[in-house]
Design a protein around this ligand. Structure first.
Ligand code: ARG
Length: 280
């Protein structure tokens, strides 16, 4: 947040005045800052609050400094800059993330959110910015070779994700073989510990985890029966102004090559061309 020197001095002045009043023992409350600010002072730019479940590398995670980083973050920062809006990312647990949007605690959700017809009933989505599909993680020595094999397995998923939906459809709503976790890394840890036989989650996250946790001895199993998915920025239903800005920003970064650059940075140059084209 940027505060001009003038604004800072004004505020500091008010605080000093307040302290003086207090020191004099008067009961008068210090004037509200807004009332004292001259009418000509520019209104501070609105900072849009973006909710993200930052346990989903390489899309959104927290680095050693506690900063929220990742592909989604960079894409939305770049798009916001193009659209001339300010954004601030706030780590928000996946469970309840859409409620936070509905209640206005967050202006948008950027969290590898798959655009689904069901979600579209309660929120609006930007144009898609990434193609994804579910991928199965199993131990390297597992006999599980296709999605259908999960019918006889204990399966870990992150609660309320599209992975949860796919597995619930296969095993049934009342299945006790589905183990639901608060985050995808927790589900993968449980796979490593042997508490579940497989985990179903977004391909990018599974691939990233397997590559960065060689010690876990996982392999991945793809299956054509998983429906193609696309990520979008979720925006409170009816906020057409913000939706238009986000779409404008996304279009601008796709047009000038900065989206492709970010894609190559995170997923490798070879994969950039087809996948980026597909999500345009
Ligand atoms: N794409 C999936 C979905 O929308 C999973 C997203 C989970 N995102 C996260 N940051 N945990 O359901």
């Amino acid at each position: 947040m940027r505060i001009s020197t003038r604004r800072f001095l004004q505020t500091a002045g008010l605080v000093a005045a307040g302290l003086l009043l207090a020191a004099c023992g008067k009961k008068e409350a210090p004037p509200a800052p807004s009332a004292a600010a001259p009418a000509s002072a520019p209104a501070p730019a609105k900072v849009y609050v973006v909710g993200t479940d930052a346990a989903y590398a390489p899309f959104e995670s927290q680095n050693e400094k506690g900063e929220i980083v990742g592909f989604d973050i960079d894409v939305v920062k770049a798009a916001a800059a193009k659209a001339g809006i300010e954004v601030k990312f706030v780590n928000t647990p996946w469970e309840g993330i859409f409620n936070a949007l509905g209640q206005g605690d967050r202006d948008m959700i950027v969290s590898s959110v798959t655009i689904t017809d069901e979600r579209k009933q309660t929120m609006d989505f930007s144009t898609p910015y990434f193609d994804a599909v579910q991928l199965i993680a199993v131990k390297a020595n597992s006999k599980i070779a296709k999605f259908d094999d999960l019918k006889k397995a204990k399966v870990g998923v992150q609660t309320g994700t599209t992975g949860d939906e796919a597995v619930t459809k296969l095993l049934g709503k009342t299945s006790t073989a589905i183990k639901r976790f608060e985050s995808t890394p927790l589900a993968l840890k449980e796979l490593e510990a042997g508490g579940v036989d497989a985990v179903v989650a977004d391909n990018g996250v599974v691939i990233h985890y397997v590559a960065n946790n060689a010690g876990a001895k996982f392999k991945t199993v793809a299956d054509k029966s998983f429906a193609p998915e696309q990520y979008g920025v979720a925006i409170k239903k009816g906020n057409a102004e913000l939706l238009a800005k986000v779409n404008q920003g996304l279009a601008a970064i796709k047009a000038d090559g900065s989206y492709d650059k970010l894609f190559a940075q995170y997923f490798g140059a070879a994969a950039a061309a087809p996948a980026a084209a597909a999500s345009k």
